[in-house]
Design a protein around this ligand. Sequence first.
Ligand SMILES: [Zn+2]
Length: 167
Amino acid sequence: MIELREARAVQQRVSVFTLMRLLPLINDFVPLPENREPPALGRFVEMHEQGHKVLHHALLRNLVKVAFALVAIWFLAALMIRWQMLFWEAVLWLHVVAIPFRIFFHFYCWNQEYEADRYALEKTDKKLAKNNLRELIRCEYPHTPLFALIYREHPTAVLRKERLLNR
Ligand SMILES: [Zn+2]
């Protein structure tokens, strides 16, 4: 049922991605692993993590999460009290309605990632950044930007490299 509704909702864009979207619930509960093997971490990655700390990204991210959680609780309560829905029905609706919110949240996270990348580039240099990002690309399961936007808090390593170095 939910899969059918999902399929109809995304019919405008037919691709491999449509197929992946047919499994949104599965993807939520059993997320695909990000990497096929752990990347060798270099100084660029180290500085990227430092960038997150210096720029208070985790705190900001959690504040946004709390805000969204409150909206979700309010939405669930409204469906159950005002629309007399059963809990599981309300949860399914929340799942559908949450998609744009999640995309917005991921978009926000991606900006933090790009920001941390820029910070790391300032602390290192172009060559090092390029090598480290290449290593990340090598280890990452390839996926489309659209898939990443819906399911990932990180942009793909390919996107990060393009964004940071091809300007
Ligand atoms: Zn990061």
